[in-house]
Design a protein around this ligand. Structure first.
Ligand SMILES: Nc1ncnc2c1ncn2[C@@H]1O[C@H](COP(=O)(O)OP(=O)(O)OP(=O)(O)O)[C@@H](O)[C@H]1O
Length: 288
């Protein structure tokens, strides 16, 4: 366990925004934070970071409270508006942070390569595209080697190239054992990055694990010149048939069905998992 949030409450004046929020984040997780406008995603991130005063509960990383300056050695924040100095270079930003935290220059070089900003790190930030700025900000935020990064709408305003690069960078950071919480309205991107989704609704956090491809039924489209139902009856496997499509039962592995069909010399045209995607889950949860 790395980050532990216990019974967190947040109000603005008398309006309750977050109620009884409890969660733990371990090492190397990617979590998608989802909710409609105004649901409380930014408030949750800011409250965890101590940027907002909370009205109850506790936030700790390895027993260090978010009221302690040491907390910020372990957690970084990528806000939705990143603040960079236009006249300074990317390297200036990194060396400034390195000086504050007494980080050796070699670490700066490692981060430049990890984040992939070598080709422009010595240019002033004013010449950077939005995606380049986003990469620099991530480099700055991981210089202290945090265990967790909270990213508030990191894909906003990115073109497809920068989006692909940022997704790749998030995977790289994840591969380094860093846990990442991503708040975004882009469900396709989240679905690509993780199966762990947190929904916020009426101030409460609901955790969801997207169905993996392993334990879902499959649809197997077969050559239409056979009586599929009759062929499957001999298998003793549970099934449904819709014209030339066979729907498997998630309890049994897809391989068993495929083996049976192949043994009966049935030509298979396609195999698709019937999993609910994140959009369907969202629509169901928020009644859209
Ligand atoms: N400083 C503030 N003072 C008063 N109310 C606030 C403040 N900041 C946020 N709120 C309210 O708290 C609620 C949650 O806002 P928040 O910005 O956390 O939502 P969000 O899920 O991040 O929304 P979005 O997707 O639009 O960014 C909203 O009702 C908002 O109006």
């Amino acid at each position: 366990m790395v980050l532990h949030v216990h019974q967190l409450e947040k109000k603005y004046k008398n309006k309750s925004v977050l109620e009884n929020i409890n969660f733990s984040i371990g090492g190397g997780e990617i979590i998608g934070l989802v909710g409609p406008n105004g649901a409380g995603k930014s408030t949750l991130m800011r409250s965890v970071l101590g940027l907002e005063e909370i009205n109850g509960g506790s936030v700790q990383i390895n027993n260090i409270s978010h009221n302690s300056p040491e907390f910020f050695k372990y957690i970084s924040f990528l806000p939705s508006d990143n603040y960079l100095y236009m006249q300074l270079t990317g390297y200036d930003h990194l060396s400034f942070i390195a000086n504050v935290y007494k980080i050796p220059p070699n670490d700066i070089e490692d981060i430049i390569d990890l984040v992939g900003i070598r080709s422009y790190v010595n240019q002033p930030v004013k010449s950077y595209s939005y995606g380049m700025r986003q990469h620099l900000f991530i480099a700055v935020s991981i210089l202290t080697k945090p265990l967790i990064i909270l990213m508030d709408e990191p894909f906003n305003g990115l073109d497809p190239t920068s989006t692909i690069e940022l997704k790749q960078l998030i995977r790289t950071l994840h591969g380094q054992g860093i846990s990442i919480v991503i708040s975004t309205h882009n469900l396709d991107i989240l679905e690509d990055l993780t199966d762990t989704i947190w929904f916020i609704k009426e101030g409460k956090l609901h955790t969801n694990q997207l169905e993996s491809k392993v334990d879902v039924p499959y649809e197997i489209k077969c050559d239409p010149n056979h009586d599929l139902a009759q062929i499957m009856q001999g298998s003793e496997l549970p099934f449904q048939v819709n014209e030339n499509r066979l729907i498997t039962d998630a309890v049994y592995s897809i391989e068993i069905y495929l083996q049976w069909l192949l043994k009966q010399n049935i030509q298979i045209q396609s195999v698709n998992p019937l999993k609910r995607n994140l959009e369907e889950l969202y629509r169901e949860f928020y009644d859209v």
